[in-house]
Design a protein around this ligand. Structure first.
Ligand SMILES: *Cc1c(COP(=O)(O)O)cnc(C)c1O
Length: 363
């Protein structure tokens, strides 16, 4: 069975060497040397002022919302993974959806301003599929209305925009290092900020609020990650650039086989982006076409995923907030298998199945 993604894994012996060290030190968590080493290396890779390695990308979003002390309305995208909206609701804030731009599939800045009320405190936008939001316009709008900006950069490891890592933008950016993501530590996440006060707050929020062993800065939670997870990250990090190269080759091959047919369209990657090829989403003319293709691929043991369907505006805890563009796109978008070791014959097979299925439809 070919799945939509396949976790990168190091040679087992490499991971076992790290395990040996962990066993010798008998130090499994609480800022052990591997967590510290990974944190330093990721901070350097991301050219970040402050970087915190946490237990997953969802708690990273929750920490961001807490660190900014948000309690009111947060303008957000309905086209993302459920964790983006769920984190807002989990923190007892109100997700207010702003529809997306139909070409880039990121939050539409033209609609942001109209959604601002006196209860609006922040914007939480997703660089969906690793495609940067319109960060310049969002910053302008946020500045002129005194709003905080959080970017869910879970898809963005390795993405740069205007020659800067995409995590430079916004007050806080969050990352996910889940096993399905381009760079992973099995479970894991990250919080990036340039702001020293926010950084300090995140540093104690993620560790029970501790200020040394016997004092507390305030309320906190356990969002630490372990030495075993950090070890996987240390194995995977040196391979990231090769992984991105491999994904680019697969993605380019899909492009060359599918784009000339005119049967599908692709989201537009914002210019100025050095992309990471995290996903290969295609848009079909209709949901019926999508379902036919998906079914046909399953018959050939090829699994695709409807990232991101349904539209998050369909969640039963968000109230009725119509977002027609997202609802239309969510029904027609499908992510094709994409990972660096995906055999190029499979890419051809997937492309042929799409072309044959949709040509039948037209006859
Ligand atoms: C994966 C993902 C998350 C959640 O990350 P976890 O590490 O699985 O908690 C959040 N937002 C987006 C957009 C994601 O794709």
């Amino acid at each position: 069975m070919i799945n939509v993604t396949k976790s990168t894994v190091p040679p087992l012996e490499e991971y076992i060497q790290y395990l040996q060290g962990i066993w010798e030190r008998n130090h499994f968590t609480n800022h052990g040397c591997l967590v510290n080493e990974l944190e330093e290396k990721l901070k350097a890779y991301l050219q970040a002022n402050h970087f915190y390695y946490v237990s997953n990308g969802t708690v990273a979003l929750q920490l961001a919302i807490r660190a900014l002390d948000l309690s009111g309305e947060i303008l957000t995208t309905p086209f993302s993974y459920v964790a983006t909206t769920a984190s807002i609701a989990w923190e007892h804030c109100k997700p207010v959806f702003v529809d997306i731009d139909p070409e880039t599939l990121t939050i539409d800045p033209d609609k942001l301003e109209a959604a601002i009320t006196n209860k609006t405190q922040a914007i939480l936008a997703t660089h969906v599929y690793g495609n940067p939001c319109d960060v310049e316009r969002i910053e302008q709008i946020a500045r002129s209305h005194g709003l905080a900006v959080i970017y869910d950069a879970a898809h963005c490891f390795g993405v740069t925009y205007q020659s800067q890592p995409i995590t430079h933008y916004g007050d806080i950016s969050t990352l996910s290092f889940h096993a399905t993501k381009l760079f992973h530590t099995v479970e894991g996440g990250g919080v990036v900020t340039r702001n020293d006060d926010l950084a300090h707050k995140i540093s104690y929020l993620m560790n029970f609020g501790h200020n040394g062993p016997e004092a507390f800065f305030g309320l906190g939670i356990n969002a630490k990650n372990s030495e075993l997870h950090a070890a996987m990250g240390l194995c995977n990090l040196p391979r990231v650039n090769a992984v991105i190269e491999g994904r680019k080759a697969v993605s380019d091959l899909y492009d060359s086989l599918l784009l000339p047919t005119g049967l599908i369209t692709r989201p537009r990657i914002r210019s100025g982006t050095e992309y990471n090829y995290a996903y290969y989403p295609v848009l079909f003319a209709s949901e019926a076409d999508l379902l036919k293709v998906k079914q046909e691929l399953v018959k050939h043991n090829i699994n695709t995923r409807r990232y991101f369907y349904p539209s998050l505006s369909q969640l039963d805890y968000v109230g009725n907030q119509p977002v027609p563009i997202t609802e239309d796109i969510a029904k027609r978008v499908l992510c094709l298998p994409l990972f660096d070791s995906l055999p190029h014959e499979i890419v051809s097979e997937v492309s042929n199945i799409i072309v044959n299925t949709l040509s039948h439809v037209m006859i």
